[in-house]
Design a protein around this ligand. Structure first.
Ligand code: SAH
Length: 452
């Protein structure tokens, strides 16, 4: 391939042919691919090149010459695309089509051409769904400012309406920001590793309305912290307030030290009728409405009769296993983070569930042991991170041979890879994408496998 003569900052007219899995417009200059922010298939745009790599480059739309009928107008695309809502310029029904299509493409690539991929299960109201915000804080023009990073950078764009977060969370962030401003607390200065507040984290439990606020600070001492604490706790919905200290030069949000400033250690929320305690570091699904739909679908696909030994692998704080425990003989959760396992045990007790246990470990290690000891599993639920299942786990599964495997995936590419490896032993059911992350390019899907 001849690399065309393209340079950074060059302006160029581009015809958009496709949408990449990240939601960027795809354009070709000769054979060279450019990924274009804020551009949709069928559009012709004036763009500026922002980066040229060896085999592909990036560009940003300056203005749209020929517009797609799928473009949304009532959202400021540039603002939304700062990273929080990269697909918000595309009509919602087209987002759902895009996600289904992405699954089809990944399955076709790996040779799984006969698998049925259903329509994406979307949300009736696809905004304001997130129950958690982690908002970066900086000192801008002498003021502590909250917002979001411009894509691929740490430049803060001041922002008050985050579109996809619970509006009560957006409100709370402004309240906390104003209290910090009142007491002249400084925002973080990343370049010089100075200043104070790095991040404000807010979680709001959808079903109980309880809120947790975590202030992440570069240093331990905050002047007037007692007044600040009192004023934040003046809001009766805030049930828990923490200070986290993170003095390192890092992108990781939380530091080691987590101190309760006021209120209780947890907030409580409900999923499918059970109560869960959520602590600041717990993994907890961010879209409460769709989580229930996803779990219901996954549990339906497991076709439980009450007699099964079920494994809930990658169990987090135990939510999937505990949601199905009343339909199974026994549930074992497997989770690598010890604190999450403690939360899961606690959650079992809290809900009076006695037929569920949780073990600390890697799924691949624990099930390798089970395979060696000829232990049987009737139904396996897996909900792995983006990288999917370990190769050794696939081997163990061929020995253990659960009658059913229900796979919840947040990455269709690794889902396709794993299913292809299991397809000689398992019949692959239909796949349903469930839109857990409207306005973003993230794709969740669920599928059941039945032992041949
Ligand atoms: N099923 C839970 C959590 C899903 S997130 C829910 O619906 O809320 C994935 C979880 O897998 C995380 O809690 C992560 O800590 C855990 N994890 C990552 N790698 C793992 C591994 N190899 N074995 C077990 N758990 C793992």
């Amino acid at each position: 391939m001849q690399k065309p003569n393209l340079k950074k900052n060059q302006k160029i007219e581009l015809t958009i042919e496709d949408l990449s899995y990240e939601g960027k417009g795809v354009a070709k200059v000769d054979d060279f691919t450019l990924f274009v922010d804020n551009a949709l298939p069928g559009e012709v745009v004036n763009a500026v090149i922002t980066r040229i790599n060896k085999n592909f480059g990036f560009a940003r739309t300056l203005d749209v010459i020929k517009e797609s009928p799928d473009r949304v107008h009532d959202i400021d695309a540039i603002y939304a695309q700062t990273g929080i809502a990269p697909l918000s310029h595309l009509k919602y029904d087209k987002q759902l089509e895009f996600k289904r299509n992405q699954v089809v493409v990944d399955f076709n690539k790996i040779g799984l051409k006969d698998v049925v991929v259903n329509e994406t299960l979307g949300m009736e109201s696809p905004f304001n769904y997130r129950n958690k915000a982690q908002v970066p804080v900086r000192q801008i023009n002498g003021k502590l400012t909250t917002g979001f990073y411009r894509r691929r950078s740490h430049d803060l764009v001041p922002m008050e309406n985050f579109l996809i977060q619970d509006p009560k969370i957006d409100e709370e962030i402004i309240k906390v920001r104003d209290i910090l401003r009142k007491y002249k607390v400084r925002g973080f200065d990343e370049e010089n590793q100075k200043g104070q507040i790095r991040t404000i984290m807010v979680r709001r439990a959808y079903f109980t309305g309880e809120m947790m606020v975590v202030l992440v600070s570069r240093t331990r001492d905050i002047s007037h912290y007692k007044d600040i604490t009192n004023e934040i706790m003046d809001n009766p919905d805030v049930k828990s307030l923490y200070l986290n200290v993170n003095s390192k030069n890092t992108n990781v949000i939380f530091g080691q030290e987590m101190t309760l400033l006021a209120g209780k250690k947890y907030i409580d929320d409900k999923i499918l009728g059970h109560t869960y305690r959520i602590s600041p570091r717990s993994f907890y699904q961010v879209n409460p409405v769709q989580t229930q739909n996803l779990y219901k679908m996954a549990i339906d696909k497991a076709e439980l009769t009450g007699k099964e030994e079920v494994v809930d692998a990658y169990s987090g704080i135990g939510t999937i296993g505990l949601s199905l425990a009343d339909k199974a003989k026994h549930v074992t959760g497997i989770e690598v983070i010890e604190d999450a396992v403690k939360d899961a045990d606690q959650n079992a007790k809290l809900n009076g569930i006695e037929n569920a246990d949780f073990v600390v470990g890697k799924t691949e290690d624990v099930l390798d042991e089970w395979a060696k000891n000829n232990m049987s599993v009737d139904v396996l639920m897996v909900d792995p991170p983006r990288k999917g299942l370990a190769n050794s786990l696939i081997d163990s599964l061929k020995n253990i041979q659960p009658k059913k495997i229900v796979y919840i995936s947040c990455n269709p590419a690794t889902l396709a890879r794993d299913l292809s490896l299991l397809s000689d032993t398992y019949e692959i059911g239909d796949v349903t994408p469930v839109d857990m992350f409207p306005m973003t390019n993230h794709i969740e899907s669920v599928v059941a496998l039945t032992l041949k």
